[in-house]
Design a protein around this ligand. Structure first.
Ligand code: S3P
Ligand code: PEP
Length: 438
């Protein structure tokens, strides 16, 4: 297979000797944008998405919905300011083909949508997408009445033979490998004939805030959802069948993508302001206020946004990241530069993310002279003096941003394929050098 030059290109990560002092406008949330697209597509009237994230994952979602017949017009908003997408719901059609890339949200949220289409919808994606868990969605849809052809591994590639409607009803799943199984079934649930009742039977459940995000966004478009938090049984979510409203939704900045910029303030003893940080949010990135404070910074949340200030010292942490797994690479990078060891727990499922993130972080930090060991469910990180070298990224956007954090403090770090950040943050190199005033 020919090697894509972008995949081997090296980006010299800038090193700084002075404290960073910058304001960084972080683009919209991937998780919110892709949920909003699905909900708007399933609504019974047109809707708007303002400040959507425009990245590989969200463009794949938009393209997939278009392939099934939904209108999505990219342009400026009704008041003429800022990017806004108009979503025009329509009957869902097959035959259609969906490229999921390596987007968990696309490969998991769309098979239930495809089950509502009136013909076959073929799903395919990057080689890594074949390895990422999808059995929870496939098995559940079969129980709920869908016909799906796969190669028997419970993974991509596959075809959902939509018949225009799905019975729905109760279903048990083990979502211990991805919270997105639960979110996927809930998002389309209002359009199933009997709604859906999802019962998680596994021993652990990662990324619970992302399930809350799904529930909040469903309720915001008029769905009735019963949850463990609203007095229901533990690990059971129930969605009542019903029409969804078309809304005008403004997407919050992606707080997980704010992480490298906040980390820059922490590592350099500087200050970074992120405008429009929401006062209340279900995004897991909000936990950074607490975790990075424990690691040596301090923060102030104002009407303008979040001001995060480093103290000049970086401390290790012992933290359970099961709720906020996508923050692990960035926390590991900061922990490798700290003045004491760290233990990151509760994230065994990261072995099945964009890459095996526990193995990748261990290997890449150790190749720069670090001392990281994998545990059954996380990492032990003992800081050491690091040196330059190539930081491989394995087509993982968060590996690239983790390498850039280390590069701030360690000369000669070269990030392989920084373009992989386009998955959720296409302007990363420009935002990074802009923050550093380069
Ligand atoms: O629903 C979502 O938007 C996400 C849920 C989480 O997935 P897992 O539960 O598979 O970790 C998270 O890691 C991912 O980045 C986004
Ligand atoms: C795990 C992630 O993405 P995905 O939505 O592809 O699961 C992530 O963004 O860290």
């Amino acid at each position: 297979m020919p090697v894509n030059p972008a995949h081997t290109a090296l980006w010299p990560a800038p090193t700084v000797s002075e404290a960073v002092d910058a304001t960084v406008h972080v683009p919209g949330s991937k998780s919110v944008t892709n949920r909003a697209l699905v909900l708007a597509a399933l609504a019974s009237e047109p809707g708007w998405l303002r400040r959507p994230l425009r990245s590989r994952d969200t463009l794949l979602m938009a393209e997939a919905l278009r392939a099934m017949g939904i209108g999505i017009e990219e342009g400026v908003g009704p008041d003429g300011t800022g990017e806004a997408w108009r979503v025009l719901p329509a009957g869902l059609h097959g035959p259609a083909t969906v490229d999921v890339g390596n987007a968990g949200t696309v490969m998991r949220f769309l098979p239930p949508v495809a089950a509502l289409a009136d013909g076959p919808v073929r799903f395919d994606g990057d080689p890594r997408s074949y390895e990422r868990p999808l059995h929870g969605v496939i098995d559940a849809l079969r129980v709920l009445g869908a016909r799906i052809d796969d190669d028997g591994r419970g993974a991509l590639p596959l075809t959902v033979h939509g018949s225009g409607a799905l019975d729905g009803g109760p279903v048990e799943i083990d979502a211990s490998s991805s919270s997105q199984f639960v979110s996927a079934l809930l998002l389309s649930g209002p359009r199933f004939n009997q709604g859906v009742e999802v019962r998680h039977t596994g021993a652990t459940l990662p990324s619970v805030p992302h399930i809350r995000m799904t529930v909040d966004m469903l309720r915001a478009v008029g769905a009735q959802v019963d949850t463990p938090e609203s007095g229901g049984e533990p690990n059971v979510w129930r969605v009542t069948p019903g029409a969804l409203l078309g809304r005008d939704l403004t997407v919050e900045p992606d707080l997980s993508n704010a992480q490298p910029f906040l980390a820059a303030a922490l590592v350099t003893g500087g200050r970074v302001t992120v405008p429009d940080w929401p006062a209340r949010t279900t995004q897991p990135g909000d936990r950074l206020r607490e975790i990075f404070t424990e690691m040596g910074g301090s923060c102030e949340l104002t009407d303008y946004g979040l001001v995060f200030t480093g103290s000049g010292s970086v401390h290790g942490v012992d933290v359970d990241l099961s709720d906020v797994g996508e923050l692990t690479p960035g926390i590991a990078a900061v922990a490798a530069l700290a003045d004491s060891p760290s233990t990151l727990r509760g994230v065994a499922h990261l072995r099945l993310h964009e890459t095996d993130r526990l193995a990748a972080l261990t290997k890449e930090i150790n190749e720069l002279g670090g001392d990281v060991t994998e545990t059954a469910d996380g990492l032990h990180i003992r800081p050491r003096r690091l040196h330059g070298g190539i930081f491989h990224t394995y087509d993982d956007h968060r590996m690239a941003t983790a390498g850039a954090i280390i590069g701030l403090a360690v000369e000669g770090v070269q990030i392989e394929n920084v373009a992989t950040t386009a998955k959720t943050l296409p302007d990363f190199p420009e935002l990074w050098t802009g923050m550093l005033g380069i």
